[in-house]
Every structure is written in structure tokens, then in C-alpha cells.
Design a binder for this molecule. Structure first.
Ligand code: F6R
Length: 615
């Protein structure tokens, strides 16, 4: 959670920082702030509750000059969203300002120590103790800022990506990270900090991805200096190129990132399959699988762990691996897995799925399984993220940056990677017949086109959505591969429209949720035409008998469910195991348009943040 930005160079910092905050706002948007050392040597901190736009308004009549600065957009953990809890935080003497993304776990111990030393605190945050501790170390040991940050961090337990500046030296910006994302951009005589590459890409492609426990001194006119908290000697910076373009992070004519990302799915799937799906030969080549096939071969089971939408993709992964590879799979929400003292065998393969690659619970689950000797396979979107670094092997989804808080293209690319992985493993382990393999791979080659066909029905879906804005509850039903899709549809709806929704296995409905059904209740049934069609038809009839209002996702040419449903949305025919890639698209559009009709902010729904880096 939280986004951090920093700048030191020759330009005015404020516009760069504000633009950077807008690009990182998906990470948190309950308050925002900026600190700058102005031309007269004042350290000015401006911060306010609300979104970045509020901060811009607030700063209109302020002195925003300065060529060094730091800025922050917050998602509250310690202390409610308020002006005083917003970052940057000042030290007691107001000589130092600091921004922080993460959690200082031992902040209470440090706080008591500092209170004894006479320090007074202005906020309820864990972050403020760090800036006070830095000042204490600086004064007590007569150290310059960089050394003081270094020493202070040796006493800190927790996760952090920080930026620190000081009043008396506008030529210095100090940064450091442990377990929270941080990128340092290196331009011509200027430097940038960002929680991801989006605030940096407009100015330079040259970046450093600091490792955990590294502390970095950025000094005007000098090379940057990196040291690890574990070893004092200097570390040579490894400069990499950002693989991101400005188009990737702008709305490109769409009113919201979410809609842009829904429409990007044919392209993101194409990028995801590029170089892996050999369209002519009808083959899948995944190096992560090829190089580690022995691990899959000896696995008595696969564990899949993830959170939220990625967990739903994982549930589809279970159906894929069990059907195609005949390997038993357990799928678990990472926050439960990590604290359950789970049984993990050395022969287990643990697949961790994460769009951001920074989800704290997923990372902790991976660490736990790794310690117990499991082989860790990652499926992740953000290149170089913590998940990517913690894995033994894996496959990037290459969906491109996902900025809308509600996950859409990340989900379909995750399902696509899971399908490719299961197919590749099945082929290597001979658990699939050649003709079945070729048929499914051929279908995978057509999937982008089929998604484009569904996207052409957007107006139809928008019209249906408008009818249901009155609803206070929705039920989503699906079976087999499409049961997790029902859960995903429900999650999309609740997170952006704030309508309560539940996703259920269709046959389970009669064991409880059926009591909710009346003439007011919309029930979305994911019912493409496969072996279970007649079973789900019976479930639809059960709903109809209780006067529920049915919106059904059906295969083109459907007859029977159409007769029962109030509204149907047709999708093209495909292989059952790939059907979630199609059935989820109308559900994404449905939730988007219900939320729009209700006037919600779909890109920044209340209380949510894009990457959940706290547990
Ligand atoms: C829902 C959503 C979240 C994320 C979850 C995991 O639309 O986006 O449920 O899926 O927070 O995030 P990642 O995939 O980044 O680990």
C-alpha cells in the first residue's frame, strides 16, 4: 500500500512529484503529501486528507519551489486517514522529512524509547518513529543524514520503502527498502524514486531495483552510493532498462483504466502467449516447466496460494491441473495458509499467483513453503517484484501494467498461464492424449479473437446493467471450471459498486442461499454448454420457480437456458477448460457498468488499494 515518489535534479520537483503521485494513486488514496526544500533553504511539508487532486488544490497558494522533494499517497494502516497522519512526516526539529510505504513492526518499542528521550509525536503512525529515530541518531552520534538513516534502519524490524530529505542539505536524498517496492531512476543529472516505474518512465528508462536491506545515497552531481545493512562495503549499482511505455500507463481515450484494461485483454493475452504458444506447430514451450519437469513429475500434489482475484485464478488452476495432469491440487488463500502451520512436503510444488508480486500474505506463504523445502513456482505480472524474486522458477503473465484497482486483465492472463502450464506439464508427463492436447492448444490460438467478439457486445451488457442498479444483493452461480468465475464476478461487483454479491457453486445454492431468492434478486448464472449443462439448467429452473431474475452467460446458439432466463449474454464456443477466459468478460463489463450507473469511482473504490503490502 501507499505510493512513494522522489526527485532530486535540476528541474522544479513539485510537478514531477504530483504527476508521479497521480500515477501511483492506485496504491492508496486516502491522503497525500509532499515535502520540498525551497530556494531559501526551508523544508516545506504540505499534506492533506483525500486524493492527490486535493493536495494540488491545497498547494495552490503555497511556495512549491525546490529541486529536491519527496511525495506520498497513503492507504491507512496505523492511524485513520487524516491530515496529521498523512506523509511526509517531520522530525521533531522539522529538519528532516520522510515518506514511507510499509509497516515498522517494532515501532512501539522505538516510540517508548524516544518518548523517554523527550521526543513528542504528532501522528498515530508507525512511520513517524522512524524519522524521529533518524534525527535522534543524527544528533546523538553527530552523523550526516545518510549515515543516520543507515544506523537507524539497523534498529528497525518491518517493511519499508522510504525517501528522506533534510532542510540543511538540498543536495541529498536518501532512500532504502526492505520488503516494499522501490525503483530508483537515473537521468541526466537527475534522480527519481518510485514505488513502481510509472512516475519515472517519462524521464528516463535507466533504473536500479534496490534489493532488500539496501540503503542508497543520492547526491547532486555524484554517483549514487548503495550499501547493505548486512555489509558496510559499497555495492556496485546494476542499471537496468524499464520495459514500460507511457501508453501503458495512460487511459488511451477510455474513461477509466478498468474499462481500458477490460478491452486490452485480447492484446494482453496475446503478449502473455507470445513466444510460449507456437501457433503453427500447436505447441506450448514454457522454459519454467521444461527445466523443472522433474519437480512436477515427483510432486504428489500441487499447492496453489494467492489472494483475491489471483486466488480465483488459482481455483481454476486446480481444475486445470487435476483434469489435464492428474495431480491433486490444494488451493489456499495465502493469509490462511501462512498461519495454519500447514503440512508441506519437500516434493510439493507450490504455485504462488500474484499480479503485483508484492502481496504480503502471498509472500509470507511462499517463504513458509520454501523453508519447508517445496519447489516454488511463481505466476506474476510485475517483472522483478518480490514474488518474482522469491520463486525457484515461474512464468510472467506479461499483462502490462494493471492500474484499475479491480483486477481484470491480470486475471485472464493468470488463467492463461495456468492453462499453458498445465498443458505443458501434461504433455511432458503423458497424462494427456496428443489429439486432446492439440485441440486445446488450437483453441488457445483462437481465444483473443473470441474475447474480441464478446467485447463487441458491450452496449448490450451496459443496457442489462442499468436494469439492475436497484439491487442490494446479487447471487452468482457457476459449476466446474466456471464456479471460480462466479466468485470472481461477485468480487468484481462488490468491490466497485458496493452491492453485496456472493459467488456459489450452482448446486450448493439449495443448501442455503436459495432462501435469499425473491422477485427482487438478480442471479447471474454462468452456464456455457458442457457436460454439466443439464444440471445447471435444473439449477436455473429452481431459481425461476422462486421468481429470481436471471442473467445467464450462455454459449452461442443456446436454447434451453434462454427460455428460462430474463437476459442472456452469448459467448463463443470453446474448450471447457478455457471457458473461464470467455465467461469472465461479460461479468467484468456487467460490474463496470452497474458501478458506473451508480456513480461509483471504479478505478479507486473506497477502502481498497491495488497492492496489499500489509497483512
Ligand atoms: C480484486 C483484486 C484483489 C487482488 C488481490 C491480490 O479485483 O484486485 O483481490 O487480486 O489483492 O493481489 P495480487 O494479485 O497483486 O497479489
Amino acid at each position: 500500500m501507499c505510493g512513494i515518489v522522489g526527485y532530486l535534479g535540476t528541474k522544479e520537483a513539485f510537478p514531477i512529484l504530483i504527476k508521479g503521485l497521480h500515477r501511483l494513486e492506485y496504491r492508496g488514496y486516502d491522503s497525500a503529501g509532499v515535502a520540498l526544500v525551497d530556494k531559501n533553504g526551508n523544508l516545506n511539508v504540505y499534506k492533506t486528507k483525500g486524493k492527490v487532486a486535493n493536495l494540488e488544490d491545497y498547494c495552490r497558494d503555497k511556495d512549491i519551489s525546490g529541486t529536491v522533494g519527496i511525495a506520498h499517497t497513503r492507504w491507512a494502516t496505523h492511524g485513520e486517514p487524516s491530515d496529521k497522519n498523512a506523509h511526509p512526516h517531520f522530525s521533531q526539529s522539522k529538519h528532516i522529512a520522510l515518506i514511507h510505504n510499509g509497516i515498522i513492526e517494532n515501532y512501539l518499542t522505538i516510540k517508548s524509547f524516544l518518548i523517554e528521550k523527550g521526543y513528542k509525536f504528532q501522528s498515530e503512525t508507525d512511520t513517524e518513529v522512524l524519522v524521529q529515530l533518524i534525527e535522534y541518531v543524527m544528533q546523538e552520534h553527530k552523523l550526516p543524514l545518510y549515515e543516520a538513516v543507515y544506523q537507524a534502519l539497523t534498529q528497525v524490524i518491518g517493511a519499508y520503502a522510504i525517501g528522506v530529505i533534510e532542510k540543511d542539505n538540498p543536495n541529498i536524498l536518501v532512500t532504502a527498502r526492505t520488503a516494499s517496492p522501490l525503483i530508483v531512476g537515473i537521468g541526466d543529472g537527475e534522480f527519481f524514486l518510485g514505488s513502481d516505474a510509472s512516475p519515472i518512465v517519462e524521464y528516463t528508462k535507466n533504473v536500479i531495483y534496490p534489493e532488500d536491506r539496501q540503503v542508497i545515497k543520492i547526491e547532486r552531481g555524484k554517483e549514487i552510493e548503495i550499501r547493505s545493512l548486512d555489509k558496510e562495503e559499497l555495492i556496485k549499482p546494476e542499471i537496468k532498462q524499464i520495459q514500460l511505455s507511457l501508453d501503458d500507463i495512460e487511459k488511451g481515450g477510455f474513461p477509466h483504466f478498468m474499462l481500458k484494461e477490460i478491452f486490452e485483454q485480447p492484446k494482453s493475452l496475446s503478449l502473455c502467449m507470445n513466444g510460449r504458444l507456437q501457433r503453427e506447430q500447436k505447441e506450448i514451450i514454457l522454459s519454467g516447466v521444461r527445466e523443472n519437469i522433474d519437480k512436477f513429475a515427483k510432486a504428489k500434489r500441487i499447492l496453489i496460494t494467492a489472494c483475491g482475484t489471483s486466488w480465483h485464478a488459482g481455483l481454476i488452476g486446480k481444475y486445470l491441473f487435476e483434469t489435464l495432469c492428474r495431480i491433486p491440487v490444494e488451493v489456499e488463500v495465502a493469509s490462511e495458509f501462512r498461519y495454519r502451520n500447514p503440512v508441506v512436503f519437500k516434493e510439493d510444488v507450490l504455485i504462488a499467483i500474484s499480479q503485483s508480486g508484492e502481496t504480503a500474505d502471498t509472500l509470507a506463504a511462499m517463504e513458509l513453503a520454501k523453508k519447508q523445502g517445496a519447489f516454488i513456482y511463481g505466476i506474476c505480472n510485475v517483472v522483478g517484484s518480490s514474488v518474482a524474486r522469491l520463486t525457484d522458477s515461474g512464468t510472467y503473465t506479461h499483462a502490462g501494467p494493471e492500474i484499475g484497482v479491480a483486477s481484470t486483465k491480470a486475471f485472464t492472463t493468470q488463467v492463461c498461464v495456468l492453462a499453458m502450464t498445465a498443458l505443458a506439464v501434461a504433455k511432458e508427463l503423458h497424462t494427456i492424449k496428443e489429439e486432446d492436447y492439440k485441440r486445446i492448444v488450437t483453441e488457445l490460438c483462437n481465444i483473443e479473437e473470441k474475447i474480441s467478439t464478446i467485447l463487441k457486445k458491450t452496449k448490450e451488457i451496459e443496457d442489462i446493467s442499468k436494469i439492475f442498479t436497484y439491487a442490494r444483493n446479487f447471487l452468482y452461480l457457476g459449476r466446474g471450471f466456471n464456479y471460480p468465475v462466479a466468485m470472481e464476478g461477485a468480487l468484481k461487483l462488490k468491490e466497485i459498486s458496493y452491492i453485496h454479491a456472493e459467488g456459489y457453486p450452482a448446486a450448493e445454492m439449495k443448501h442455503g442461499p436459495i432462501a435469499l431468492i425473491d422477485e427482487e434478486m438478480p442471479i447471474v448464472v454462468v452456464a456455457p454448454h458442457y457436460d454439466m449443462y443439464n444440471k445447471i439448467l435444473s439449477n436455473v429452473q429452481e431459481v425461476k420457480a422462486r421468481k429470481g431474475r436471471i442473467i445467464a452467460i450462455v454459449t452461442e446458439g443456446d436454447v434451453d437456458i434462454k427460455k428460462q432466463a430474463d437476459y442472456t449474454i452469448e459467448i463463443p464456443q470453446t474448450e471447457e477448460c478455457l471457458s473461464p477466459l470467455l465467461t469472465v468478460i461479460p461479468l467484468q463489463l456487467l460490474s463496470y457498468y452497474v458501478a458506473i450507473a451508480k456513480g461509483r469511482n471504479v478505478d479507486q473504490p473506497r477502502n481498497l488499494a491495488k497492492s496489499v503490502t500489509v497483512e
